[in-house]
Design a protein around this ligand. Structure first.
Ligand SMILES: NC(=O)c1ccc[n+]([C@@H]2O[C@H](COP(=O)([O-])OP(=O)(O)OC[C@H]3O[C@@H](n4cnc5c(N)ncnc54)[C@H](OP(=O)(O)O)[C@@H]3O)[C@@H](O)[C@H]2O)c1
Length: 228
């Protein structure tokens, strides 16, 4: 199950795993253009806890279990905190943090039924380690997700579930469309590997972290591009 599959990284991940022969459950508020016999799309607003429960009930009825959950859906608001109204800040936390928490809770029982090495993978950002100005609320929400990853990994270890994160540098998507080119270049200049991260840079590490190949890895957030 991958959240936020209508566009960007979520869509690229869904298409990658479909190409590999997996069954993929995706979701977003709006319909998806992915047409594949192995793909099922749920139109759900992840800020609605009941919608998440209904999606997981439908997954249980159709598949009975999940091997992996990728909490990818996210929103950003690049603005000075003094220009960020409370309702905007709360909305960002609703999608980036509370929806992740709810998806983990509702999908854990389905993950327990996997016969592989079930895993949760949460998407974070360089905005956390680099504490980027203009991204206070966004980076705080992703920081909360990284802490969720560490603590939850301990709470579900006995259930056989692993919880990891992947920390991304800038990638060309709708999310970064409005970020000025100079800002993106500045961030790339801070990476050890000085080029823009592409979808194919992401799929390999994601596949590793949700596959049995990483069955002894949990509670970690792996940053791409060399972020130190
Ligand atoms: N792009 C980057 O440079 C970058 C860097 C670091 C981390 N990230 C992280 O990577 C993840 C994916 O970002 P992206 O760049 O691929 O963004 P994107 O292209 O804007 O995609 C976000 C996806 O999430 C869905 N979504 C948003 N709010 C939702 C909600 N309330 N309920 C259900 N679905 C919702 C959107 O579909 P609908 O609009 O149809 O709901 C869309 O499919 C995010 O967590 C982001 O923070 C991105």
């Amino acid at each position: 199950m991958i959240t936020g599959t209508r566009t960007g990284i979520g869509r690229a991940l869904a298409e990658h795993f479909l190409d590999r022969g997996h069954q993929v459950v995706g979701c977003s508020r709006r319909p998806s253009a992915i047409e594949h016999p192995g793909y099922r799309h749920h139109e759900v607003d992840l800020t609605d806890g009941k919608g998440i429960k209904a999606m997981c009930r439908a997954v249980r009825a159709e598949h009975g279990y999940l091997d992996a959950v990728v909490n990818n859906a996210g929103v950003a608001n690049m603005n000075h905190f003094m220009m960020t109204p409370e309702e905007v800040a709360r909305k960002i936390f609703d999608v980036n943090f509370f929806a992740v928490l709810n998806c983990c809770r509702e999908s854990a029982k389905l993950l327990q039924k996997s016969s592989g090495s079930p895993a949760i993978l949460n998407v974070s950002s360089v905005a956390v380690p680099w504490a980027l100005a203009g991204q206070l609320v966004y980076s705080a929400s992703k920081s909360a997700v990284e802490q969720l990853t560490r603590v939850m990994s301990k709470e579900v270890a006995d259930l056989g579930i692993r919880v990891n994160g992947i920390g991304l540098p800038p990638v060309h998507t709708v999310l970064t469309r409005t970020v000025p080119r100079e800002k993106i270049d500045d961030l790339i200049g801070r990476q050890t590997l000085k080029r823009m991260c592409t979808m194919s840079d992401i799929t390999g590490p994601v596949e590793f972290l949700i596959s049995p190949e990483s069955s002894f890895v949990t509670g970690e957030t792996l940053f791409l591009g060399g972020v130190h």
